[in-house]
Design a protein around this ligand. Structure first.
Ligand code: FEO
Length: 393
């Protein structure tokens, strides 16, 4: 396996083939925790890995250098999938200074105690390590307050930590070695489920990186494969996603108890499709929130349906709304529908939730008592038709 980014710059991370739930994000293709070793006059380790993989990580480093010879350990981000092995590697790399942002230092101490030698850096600070120079770029709230990037100036390698990642386990390390469609699908899923709410910050950070004169030929994130053949492809994709660029596409997300909301969803989908507009239909107990957010990323309209249970929203739909309102998809049109037996409540609850999140809610919503008959299904079809016309316009 090729693990060398450029001469003297190595991948020393691990592959987590079997993770399927990454704090609620369904990782159907697993992930990797990437860490890098730079050999120059100084030896520099960039990031660590989840603690359960610590032994493999230490072994990967030890194959290249004596751990005691490590001079610096850069902590780009303290979330435990990247810092979990820090106490163990720091114990072996006794002479190493840890480098982090100021907020990173606080987070390291709050996670692991105050036993480390830590040097903090700010945007634009440089560290000469021999023939190479490391430049640091703080990236607060992308996606934690402590986050930062490390750039190897001479090699033009941007170690961007979580940004530009993908949850994709592979025996391959580089973008040109994996299926491009799968790679972009996982990059989109990752953006939609982790970074979507941060679109404005991402757009500004891309501008700032350009203004700092940083022009990476390799982008080495902390998850998934390394972008060495087409770094511009992922930067362009982030520019589009962060700007909320979408296409004439409708996503219908719902759940059902006795099939009424399901019938409504199918009739709405027929109405959309009758206008030649792309439509995707996801029942939440057959799908998951992760897949739903990926579908929403490039869709113009989202239609959400729920039956009423206990005077409120069906639990899977409630969970979806909690998730999606946190991720704040940009510039979508929102529609709601549902069914009830007597009192109702689901549709009202969904609309209240969406309005609180400042979503553009289109009313009136469609509600059906017990089972939709011919007339109700015609109204659903007509709603689909109307949505298709609206997004084409
Ligand atoms: Fe924010 Fe991959 O951790």
């Amino acid at each position: 396996m090729d693990k060398t980014l450029k001469e003297g710059v190595h991948w020393v991370g691990v592959v987590d083939w079997n993770i399927r739930d990454f704090h609620g994000y369904i990782t159907k293709r697993g992930t990797t925790y990437n860490a890098y070793l730079i050999e120059d006059e100084k030896t520099v380790l960039v990031d660590t890995v989840k603690h359960t993989f610590c032994a493999e990580y230490l072994s990967n480093i030890a194959k290249l250098v004596d751990l005691e010879k490590i001079d610096y350990i850069i902590v780009n981000h303290v979330e435990m999938d990247h810092s979990g092995s820090l106490p163990f590697v720091a114990a072996k790399a006794k002479n190493a200074t840890i480098i982090s942002s100021e907020r990173g230092k606080e987070a390291i101490i709050e996670h692991y105690g105050d036993n480390f030698k830590i040097q903090t850096v700010k945007t634009g600070d440089e560290l000469k390590i021999g023939k190479r120079t490391l430049k640091f770029i703080e990236a607060p709230m992308l996606h934690w307050p402590d986050s930062m990037f490390t750039y190897i100036v001479e090699d033009q390698i941007l170690m961007s930590n979580d940004a530009f990642g993908q949850h994709l386990a592979s025996s391959k390390r580089f973008d040109d070695e994996v299926d491009e469609h799968v790679l972009m699908e996982e990059a989109a899923t990752y953006y939609a489920n982790i970074l979507m709410a941060l679109g404005p910050l991402i757009a500004r950070k891309i501008q700032e990186v350009v203004q700092l004169g940083i022009s990476p030929t390799i982008i080495a994130p902390s998850h998934g494969v390394i972008w060495r053949s087409k770094p511009a492809k992922i930067i362009n994709a982030y520019s589009e996603w962060s700007a909320g660029v979408c296409k004439p596409k409708v996503v219908i997300i719902y759940d059902t108890m006795w099939g009424s909301t399901d019938k409504m969803a199918r009739a709405i989908a027929e109405g959309v499709a009758s206008q030649g507009v792309e439509v995707r239909v996801l029942k939440l107990r057959a799908s998951d929130n992760t897949a739903a957010l990926t579908e929403i990323l490039d869709a113009k309209a989202v239609v959400v349906g729920s039956p009423t249970i206990n005077n409120g929203i069906f639990p899977t739909v409630g969970s979806f709304l909690t998730y999606v309102t946190g991720l704040k998809p940009k510039d979508k049109l929102w529609y709601f529908f549902g069914s009830f037996g007597w009192g109702g409540g689901a549709v009202r609850g969904m609309i209240d939730t969406a309005k609180k999140a400042n979503f553009a809610v289109h009313e009136p919503a469609l509600e059906v008592k017990y089972v939709p008959g011919e007339e109700a299904l015609k109204k659903c079809f007509d709603l689909g038709n109307k949505i298709a016309h609206q997004i084409k316009a």
